[in-house]
Every structure is written in C-alpha cells, then in structure tokens.
Design a protein around this ligand. Sequence first.
Ligand code: ZN
Length: 425
Amino acid sequence: MSDTMPATSTPTQLNAATGFSFEITATLPAGQGRAGIIHTPHGDIATPAFIPVGTQASVKAVLPEQIRDLGAQAVLANAFHLYLQPGADIVDVAGGLGAFMNWPGPTYTDSGGFQVMSLGSGFKKVIEMEAVPRADDKASAGGRKRLSNVDEDGVDFRSPRDGSRHRFTAEVSMGIQHRLGADIMFCFDELTTLANTYPYHEASLRRTQRWAERCLAEHVRLTYERVGKPYQALFAVVQGAQYEDLRRTACRGLAATEHEGWRFDGYGIGGALEKHAIGEIVGWCAEELPVDKPRHLLGISEPEDVFVAVAAGADTFDCVMPSRVARNAAVYTATGRYNVDNAAYRRDFGPLEDGCDCYTCTHYTRAYLHHAFKAREMIAATLATIHNERFTVRLVDDIRNAIETGVFAECRDAFFAHYRRRQVQ
Ligand SMILES: [Zn+2]
C-alpha cells in the first residue's frame, strides 16, 4: 500500500497505486449484508463501522485522542463548514484534514450539498416517520427566509455566518474536498425532501446524475494535478427518496458512470428516508450497486436502524446524534436511552451504564454527570459524548464480529431482547 501516487501515473497504474481498496471478509447467509475492510492511505476501516462526525474538524467536546481511545476508526467532517471556516486552503497547507485536527486515521468529508441545501429550509428533518408529499415542491419552513436556490449548474447560497454570497457546483465541491484532503469524499448531490413530489424527485435525480459525472471528471483532473498527495477516494451519492424505481435507476446510472477509465470508489446512500423503509431502501441499492464497492449510509446511528441497514447491505454509517444528544444529557444504553440530568440520578453512584467499558463509565458516576449537567460544566458534554460514541462504535463492532462468526441473527435478537426495556427512567 502506497500513501502517495507515482509522478508519472497512467490511469491504470494510478488505480493500482492509490492505497484505496475494499475487501469482503464475510457475508450474511441471506441478503446483501457483509463484513469487510476498507483500506485507505491513512489506515484501514473494518466494516461495518460507525464513523463519528466532527463537523468542523472537531467531534464536539472530545479530543481526537479520546475518539481514538473509544475505538473509532475514522471521522467525518463537513466540507461546507470547513469551506466557510477556516477555509479549505488553510487545511490544505496544514497537510490535510487529519493532520490539521491531529487525527492520524482515515477521514471522510461530505460534499456540503446537504448543508447548502438545508439552508433552503424544510430540509432539516431528513428522516421522518411518515411523509406527505406536498403539491408545490416549494419546501419552506414557516416564515423562514430561504438562504439557498438550486439551478441546473449548482446552488447559490448565503453564508449563515455573515450573510455573504457563495456558489457551490460539482467542480467547486471537488476543489474544496481535494484541498481538505480526506481519504473518502462524496459527490455534490441535490438533496430533496420527503415532501417533494415524484416528478420533482425524478428531475432532481437526473440532475444529481449529471453532477456526479462532473464530480468524477473533476476528481480525475484534480488527482492528476495534485499528484504526490495521498489518494482520495470518491463516493457517489444515491438519492431517490422512498421510490424504488428512482433508487434503482440512480444506482444503475452511478454504477455505469465512467471517466477516462475511472469509476466511483464507493457509494453513499443519502437523502430522505422514512424510518420504516430504511432496510428496504438500502436493500434495493445493495442489489444494484457493484458488490465489490463499499456502501455508506449517511446520517444513521440509532441501534434499530443500524441492525436493519447492516442486514440490508450498508457497510459504514455516520451520524451526529450520539454526540448531539449527549450534550443534552441523553445517554444510550443497551436497554434504551435515558436523561442523566433527571432527579432520579442525583444520588446514583453507579456508572452511566453497568458493564460499559468506556472511560466515562470506568471513572465517573451518574451523580457526578448529573451534577456537571446541572452546574453547566463543560466536562458534562465531554463525558457523556465519550460514552455515547463508545456505545455506538461498540454496537457496530459487535455486529461486525457477529457477522464474521456467523451469529448475526443471534446478536440482533439478543440486543432487542433487552433494548427498549427502559426507555424512560
Ligand atoms: Zn460508558
């Protein structure tokens, strides 16, 4: 495995020397689920894997050393946020995202499309329990000013930081992500919502396909231009909401996309998902996408969703939820979620979760966490985040081990025999 590319590469030699590849080590007896290893220039990711989110090159409240110690194999940052602050050039000069944030392992960046288009309002809630298509496709939350507009070529938006005007296109997103230097990047895609109509989804999907083709072409150009840098893999993103025909069409289009002999290194499954349909949607995609390429499910981390998605063929996940809810005192356990700032824990000197091997549970009590949240001490967010990230990483690690040892169904049944038993306490 090389961590730089030779200076005189042809496309074929370049692919052989990228340091990026995926191998499958075990498969489930039914469906598309599997375990494997993603090799990147900055190390391996054993899959299935949960990838913690460090939106602004920081997993909020937690040191990279702590993220590594809790078992995370990679982190995912956001191209849109890093473009606005500190700027992709600064991260580039620092030696790329990992060097900049003192994270020695593999890194991901998402394209910024989600955040840019979230500014259009009505896009915040991507996972919904139930969707009712709107008649007009004008997604807008009550009275909130729209900050982004999509056209055929890209998206205009105003910075939520200072109101300045910006434009993202496929080429702009690739340029930013190449400068950020993550091992795995995502194509710039149009995010739709469950509220959009079918005809809008259909048109949007064609646009996302054209943008993916432009992303691949620009990625190839930049890879040659930036020769000598560690190879960065490019994943296309499958949209299509809850529609089987659109998801399958999107997968076939992206799987067939080629530029000068190059294809996508993997695929992201994104966009609007109804919770009850996650397994079905991932399954359609896994049937259509090349079996030898990794599949990343964007924005998922709830245990029930993870089991369903892995069984259906997802290899990696990212989500802000474990750290976001931790900062609000919500704690994940194998028996459900609870709030440690509840009065019941004021004199509870047990760990956040019995038997948990995380740093927080082996050194601190519920009573201390309860106090730290009540006193608004920053350490509360740090300690709760360490536990929730460890819980999610370990859950997916357990699932991987279960696949490799042929006991996935037993692992899932054992987990759900206990989970939910204590939703509120
Ligand atoms: Zn713990």
